[in-house]
Design a protein around this ligand. Structure first.
Ligand code: SIN
Ligand code: CO
Length: 377
């Protein structure tokens, strides 16, 4: 039987197909005990230490004197835990912790090109980020303590102006739930919600990405600037004396227009752009290679014996003969394609999977290993 047609406990016993057809992008789903007996994967002291790092994105949000305040990380000093009404949001925890990475990857029934990160929020009693909506789908998994979620399908998404974060002006809750550890709430994009901590609590947000067309268009033009080829230079051998020297001539406009119209792009250009764009590491991501890397020969021997795995921070996608990893792309032959597609899907390879790879692919693996993009298993 196909995996998508089996009931998935994480989705409350419905199948992935059913979830996608009935809920994804459409309506909320509350799943009691999506992860039975779920316990926080990261102790709060460790989360606070993470928020103090400059390679971790975090935000501290507090509601003081009827006013929202937000401080971007690194967070050197947090308010006292006894103080009410504050929330710490730590983004991309999956990049720094194996268990967080494993949890995020349980949601790979949604393609990697859409999966973003695992964000952990810690809140003291009454803490929250205010009534708002997100532009992306989200699964909100309760990890510690209780949180009251109030949600509504309102069309009025007007925000209060002048706030450091998005706060809905006219929030009207239609449903209300109290989530216990292990419970999970799925919300489609633009669904209004407000989560308030009942006592100290931690919530894990499994977030998705949906780049705006404007962002894609701007990046695509930047990408194309590397590959356009327009030889020659404007010339006007038939120039006549000008009585209106400040006016741009029709001849110049036409010549330039005709040259610009020669700029074309193919489906392959779009694919290569998209793969590189989607796998580009976020600005806060730094890779750490091994302190004492094996020599290429020793790397090959050990990889063939033990296998290899992608680092938590590596993003790898493919389509056709094109392979994309961490913002780079290349085209491969049939044998290497089988192996590299498997690496991208399984994020690891057994030693035996490497039997048929070319010397070029092995050389690339060794470079990726030295750069911290992959590791020996
Ligand atoms: C939170 O965990 O406090 C905020 C998550 C959200 O509302 O998207
Ligand atoms: Co939200």
């Amino acid at each position: 039987m196909k995996k998508n047609t089996l009931p998935l406990p994480l989705l409350g016993g419905i199948t992935v197909d059913q979830f996608l057809k009935e809920y994804w992008h459409k309506k909320p789903l509350l799943i009691r005990q999506a992860v039975p007996g779920f316990q926080p994967l990261i102790p709060k002291a460790e989360l606070f230490a993470m928020a103090a790092r400059d390679d971790v994105e975090s935000r501290l949000i507090s509601f003081i004197n009827q006013h929202w305040e937000m401080k971007a990380g690194p967070q050197e000093k947090l308010p006292l835990k006894e103080k009410k009404d504050w929330t710490l949001l730590v983004q991309g925890v999956n990049l720094h912790d194996d268990q967080a990475d494993t949890l995020l990857r349980q949601f790979r029934f949604i393609p990697d090109s859409r999966l973003d990160d695992l964000m952990i929020s810690f809140a003291t009693d009454g803490g929250g980020v205010g009534p708002h909506f997100d532009s992306y789908d989200v699964f909100l998994l309760q990890a510690h303590g209780q949180r009251k979620w109030r949600i509504g399908a309102q069309k009025d998404l007007t925000l209060i102006e002048g706030m450091p974060l998005k706060i809905l002006r006219n929030f009207k809750a239609e449903q209300e739930f109290i989530l216990e550890p292990g419970d999970m709430l799925y919300l489609p994009p633009k669904y209004a919600h407000d989560g308030i901590a009942i006592g100290e609590c931690m919530t894990y947000s499994i977030g998705f990405r949906a780049p705006s067309f404007q962002e894609l268009g701007e990046s695509f033009l930047h990408f194309m600037s590397d590959s356009i080829d327009l030889p020659g230079r404007y010339a006007d051998p038939d120039l006549t004396a000008s009585s209106r020297p400040a006016e741009i001539s029709n001849d110049m406009l036409e010549q330039v227009g005709a040259e610009i119209a020669k700029i074309q792009f193919t489906d392959d250009d779009v694919l290569i752009f998209l793969g590189e764009h989607l796998t580009e590491p976020k600005p806060s991501v730094f890779f750490n290679g091994p302190e004492k890397p094996l020599t290429p020969k020793r790397f090959e021997q050990t990889a063939r014996k033990n296998g290899i795995k992608l680092s938590r921070k590596s993003q790898m996608l493919y389509k056709g003969k094109h392979i994309f990893i961490n913002g780079e792309s290349f085209a491969v032959g049939k044998e290497d394609k089988i192996c590299l597609n498997k690496l991208a899907n399984d994020r690891q390879l057994d030693g035996s999977d490497l039997a048929a790879v070319s010397a070029d692919a092995m050389e690339a693996f060794c470079l990726w290993y030295e750069d911290g993009w992959l590791e020996i298993r």
